[in-house]
Design a binder for this molecule. Structure first.
Ligand code: GNR
Ligand code: NI
Length: 167
């Protein structure tokens, strides 16, 4: 297992559209394990491969309090969505920034598990938010892109300043 470095907004690599995984092999399983370790260490409730500069459609999620319910989704696709919820979101690629985003309240997602077996999952609430947030990453989209351009520019300035201090 290994901790992977997380790309920070506005890194242009965060806008890469990830390619589907052709086969869930040991390389993908190792990626899932490393992403899970990175997510738990951060700590975060989800992580998309895009954030660790691997442009394949792989996501890990754990929204449980105990941090014992790891979900790995390969080639996830939302096949149904309903309702609306507004959640205060954060992102490991945009540290220290939190803002409200409106998303579907319920989603049904189809994906492959770590053995390459297809499964379907009905999610609502925070899990549904996280699934939508992670699939956005795979499509090259960061949650701040839902905010006004004024807010996006303020966030860029703030992160640039912070990067200078921590560099
Ligand atoms: O850790 C995370 N918390 C979070 C909170 C509200 C909505 C979405 C998220 S996902 C985020 C981890 C992350 O950046 N995943 O891409
Ligand atoms: Ni994120």
């Amino acid at each position: 297992m290994a901790l992977l470095p997380i790309l920070r907004f506005p890194d242009p690599r965060l806008h890469t559209v990830a390619a589907p995984v052709a086969e869930v092999d040991d390389t993908i399983r190792r990626l899932i394990d490393d992403m899970a370790e990175t997510m738990y260490e951060a700590p975060g409730i989800g992580l998309a491969a895009t954030q660790v500069d691997v442009h394949r459609r792989v996501v890990v999620i754990d929204v449980s309090e105990e941090r014992t319910e790891l979900l790995a989704l390969v080639n996830p696709v939302i096949v149904a969505r309903s309702g609306e919820q507004v959640c205060e979101e954060g992102c490991l690629s945009v540290p220290g920034v939190y803002d409200k985003v409106s998303r579907a309240e319920r989603v049904t997602v189809e994906a492959l598990d770590r053995q390459g077996k297809p499964f379907s999952l009905d999610a609502e609430g925070l899990l549904a938010v996280c699934i939508q947030h992670e699939i956005d990453h795979l499509d090259g989209k960061v949650f701040v892109e839902y905010l006004s351009l004024l807010k996006q520019n303020r966030i860029k300035t703030k992160l640039a300043k912070k990067a200078r201090i921590t560099a």
